[in-house]
Design a protein. Structure first.
Length: 305
C-alpha cells in the first residue's frame, strides 16, 4: 500500500515558483526598455510637428540657401527672370525685385514645409513653405506679381490656391503682368512660333478634341497641321482620368494652358498633368475642323523642361 501511496504522491504535479519571484517583474521590465524607448520616440516624432528650416540667404526669386547648407526651391512657381534673349549678366528690374522681396520675406526666418518635400535634379529641396507666423511664401510672391504658377507632375500641391493668387495679381496688372514678356498669349500659331522653347501661358477656344493611339489632342484651329495643339500622352491621360477630367469636356470651351511651347507641325504644348489646363467658360457648341488621322504624329523629339 505504501508503494501505491508513494507513486500517487510522485504523480502529483505541484506548481513551481521561480527562485526569486520579486526579481521577475524587474527583469521583464529591463527587457522591455528598448521597445518602450522606441515607442516614446515615435510618439514624440508624431507630435513634434514638421522640422523648422532656417534661411541664410537667397540666390534668386525662388531659391533659398538654408543654414545647414542645403538649397530649397519654392515648388510650383517660376519667379521673375530676365526674358529670352537678354544678355548674360544683364540686370532686369523685376528679377531683382523678386530676389529682394524673397530675401526680405525669408532671410533669418524659420520655415516649415507644407505637405511633402522632394529633391529636384539639382539636389535642392522642392517644397511649399510657410514662415513661422503663417505667411505662405509662394502665395505672397504670386500676389505681388513677382512670380507665376509653373506646376510639374511632382510639384502640384496647392495648385488651385496658387492659380487664384496669380489671377488677382494679373487682373491688377502687378509686377510681371505689366510686361509683354509675361503676357498671356492668344492661341495664335504665328505668334507662338516666336515663343518656341519657352514657358508660356496660352488662352484660346478648343475647336476639337480627338483621341488617337491612347493619346488625346486639343486642337485650337481648323487645321491641326499648322494650328496650336495641346498633346496629352498616355501616362498624363491617366492623371486626367484620376482627377475626374475627360479631355473631351474641353471641346468647345475656352481654356488657359501653361507649358513649354514646342513645334511639331504647328506650335505644340505637352500637358503632363491636369493643373496645366484651366477651363475658363462654357461658351458655344464645338466646331468640326479637319479630322486628325488615326496615326498620331511623331512626338519623340518634343521639347522638355
Amino acid at each position: 500500500m505504501s508503494r501505491h501511496i508513494g507513486r500517487g504522491l510522485a504523480e502529483i504535479k505541484l506548481p513551481v515558483r521561480p527562485a526569486c519571484s520579486t526579481a521577475f517583474p524587474f527583469a521583464s521590465m529591463l527587457r522591455r526598455i528598448p521597445s518602450l524607448m522606441l515607442s516614446a520616440l515615435l510618439l514624440m516624432a508624431n507630435t513634434a510637428g514638421p522640422p523648422e528650416l532656417r534661411v541664410a540667404a537667397v540666390t534668386d526669386g525662388a531659391t533659398l540657401l538654408l543654414e545647414d547648407g542645403r538649397g530649397l526651391r519654392l515648388a510650383g512657381i517660376e519667379s521673375a527672370a530676365p526674358p529670352m534673349g537678354a544678355e548674360p549678366g544683364q540686370s532686369w528690374p523685376l528679377a531683382e525685385a523678386a530676389r529682394q522681396a524673397l530675401a526680405e520675406l525669408a532671410v533669418g526666418q524659420s520655415l516649415t514645409v507644407r505637405g511633402e518635400a522632394r529633391t529636384d535634379r539639382h539636389g535642392r529641396l522642392l517644397a511649399q513653405v510657410m514662415r513661422g507666423d503663417g505667411l505662405w511664401l509662394q502665395g505672397e510672391l504670386l500676389a505681388r506679381g513677382l512670380a507665376r504658377v509653373h506646376t510639374r507632375p511632382d510639384a502640384r500641391t496647392l495648385a488651385r490656391e496658387m492659380l487664384a493668387a496669380e489671377a488677382v495679381a494679373r487682373d491688377a496688372g502687378r509686377g510681371i503682368w505689366r510686361t509683354r514678356a509675361y503676357a498671356v498669349r492668344p492661341a495664335d500659331p504665328d505668334a507662338l512660333r516666336r515663343d518656341r522653347d519657352s514657358f508660356q501661358i496660352v488662352e484660346g477656344r478648343v475647336l476639337r478634341v480627338s483621341k488617337a493611339g491612347g493619346d488625346a489632342y486639343l486642337d485650337f484651329g481648323e487645321d491641326w497641321r499648322t494650328d496650336v495643339t495641346v498633346h496629352i500622352g498616355r501616362a498624363a491621360l491617366r492623371e486626367f482620368v484620376a482627377a475626374g477630367i475627360d479631355p473631351l469636356s474641353y471641346e468647345g470651351r475656352t481654356v488657359r494652358v501653361r507649358g513649354w511651347v514646342g513645334l511639331r507641325a504647328g506650335p505644340l504644348i505637352e500637358a503632363t498633368h491636369p493643373e496645366q489646363i484651366e477651363r475658363l467658360d462654357g461658351a458655344g457648341p464645338p466646331l468640326r475642323p479637319t479630322p486628325r488621322p488615326s496615326a498620331p504624329p511623331d512626338l519623340s523629339d518634343d521639347d522638355e523642361e
